[in-house]
Design a protein around this ligand. Structure first.
Ligand SMILES: Nc1ncnc2c1ncn2[C@@H]1O[C@H](COP(=O)(O)OP(=O)(O)OP(=O)(O)O)[C@@H](O)[C@H]1O
Ligand SMILES: [Mg+2]
Length: 260
């Protein structure tokens, strides 16, 4: 990791004005994907660098075709930024070759500082009885989802983990690795349903056992997005299946009643 850290530091240096300290890891990701690192510039400003290691021939081909995960996240992150969704500022995307190691995709974005993600935030606010703060986060999620759908951006990972709350209580959306632009009506409907269902389930996990909160959140969502009945039915069908799977694996019985 030493040589990788050095290389990334010099890469970051070549784009920004001087890097004060070496990188600190803020998150280790699954499957040797690469970490999320934080760099401090001479100016005191900090940057977050997200890495994707190219681990197979298939990933190499996707990289050459510009459909690799890092490239996709970069493009969708920029698209969200252009739509004025509150995302960290997109700063730079590069491919980095480390001799005797591998190729890496390197995305640099602005640093939000220490944040808490949606699910633990809801839990904390539930405990302290700050329901207005939960409602504000829910409004942000609905508004963000609405902008994405209007722009044909569908993200099957649009879930509470990918919404952050910063120290000042500001809301942010991150992580567009799974987001895609969809124009084919069939694909659009399918991804729209999966996107809403993923959100439904992550919300249900966060508020458990008070599933009425999810019922009212999702009812607000489908009203404000004017989600067609056909999609709502698809959401119900997927969630029935997924909740059944979760029940078998975790033994927790998440239930929700939605009058759609
Ligand atoms: N710009 C940022 N500023 C501050 N923290 C960030 C930033 N981007 C990401 N993080 C932190 O890193 C975590 C993971 O980021 P992200 O969702 O982009 O990666 P991921 O691929 O989903 O990783 P994982 O699967 O481990 O969640 C976030 O939950 C957040 O704590
Ligand atoms: Mg994530």
């Amino acid at each position: 990791m030493i040589s990788l850290d050095k290389k990334i530091k010099s890469l970051v240096l070549s784009h920004f004005e001087g890097v004060k300290s070496s990188a600190a890891s803020i998150r280790t990701r699954n499957a040797q994907r690469g970490d999320l690192l934080r760099f401090t510039l001479d100016s005191g400003e900090t940057l977050v660098v997200k890495l994707w290691k190219i681990r197979s021939m298939k990933e190499r081909v996707k990289l050459a075709l510009h459909i690799s995960n890092g490239r996709r996240e970069w493009e969708m992150h920029k698209a969200a930024h252009n739509q004025e969704i509150n995302v960290p500022k997109p700063l730079n995307y590069q491919i980095l070759s480390i001799p005797d190691d591998a190729l890496y995709e390197v995305m640099t974005i602005s640093d939000l500082g220490d944040c808490i993600s949606g699910e633990p935030f809801i839990n904390q606010m539930k405990e302290s009885g700050e329901n207005d703060k939960i409602a504000s986060l829910e409004t942000f999620i609905i508004e963000t989802t609405l902008i994405m759908v209007k722009k044909d951006i569908f993200d099957i990972d649009n879930q509470l983990d990918n919404y952050l709350v910063d120290k000042n209580g500001g809301f942010w959306r991150i992580d567009f690795e799974c987001a895609r632009r969809r124009y084919n009506p069939f694909q659009k409907r399918k991804d729209y349903a999966i996107m809403l269902e993923r959100l439904l389930r992550s919300h249900l996990h966060a508020v458990h056992p008070d599933s009425k909160r999810t019922t009212s959140f999702m009812s607000r969502m489908v009203t404000e997005l004017s989600v067609p009945k056909k999609i709502r039915k698809m959401v119900l069908k997927i969630s029935e299946k997924e909740l059944q799977k979760e029940k078998l694996s975790s033994n927790i019985n998440y239930e929700i009643s939605l009058n759609w």
